[in-house]
Design a protein around this ligand. Sequence first.
Ligand code: RP5
Length: 172
Amino acid sequence: MARTPSKKPATAGGAPRVGIVMGSQSDWETMRHAADTLKKLKIGHEVAVHSAHRTPDRLADWVKALDQGGTQVFIAGAGMAAALPGVVAAMTARPVLGVPMETRVMGGMDSLLSMVQMPGGIPVGVLAVGRAGAVNAALLAAAILGLSDPAVARAVEKFRADQTKAVPLKPE
Ligand code: RP5
């Protein structure tokens, strides 16, 4: 699993502040936008591929290690049956944000509905299907961290202000 360098310190336990996991290498094209957004905000994070179905034991070891190390938010991207975020949420009480992947058969509606239909008691915050969801999962993770870290809150505010400035008045 690749650790992404960041100027922000890791947690006291040495774990990254945000853990990003995806069910397959094929999800990376979408999930890289979550990692890129955290990088822009200088938030330490770790990226990994673990599948709820294909590598359940490896997934459990990863979630437990990060949870015990103090990782504050998890982002999980998956498609089709899309059990990954729910399984992560079953193993940690930290906030879990889910990103449904676009799929060939149902355009991502399958991933979205699978992900959002969690039984009461084990919440997953589900974002939009695809790239917008990946970006927003990172921004929401940053907003959560920003509640107790003013530097992260300022970084989120700057991101938003820069985004506003970049919207042209007329189409170019
Ligand atoms: C899910 O199945 C993954 O999250 C991925 O979106 C989907 C298809 O996986 P691959 O067959 O492309 O590996 O578990």
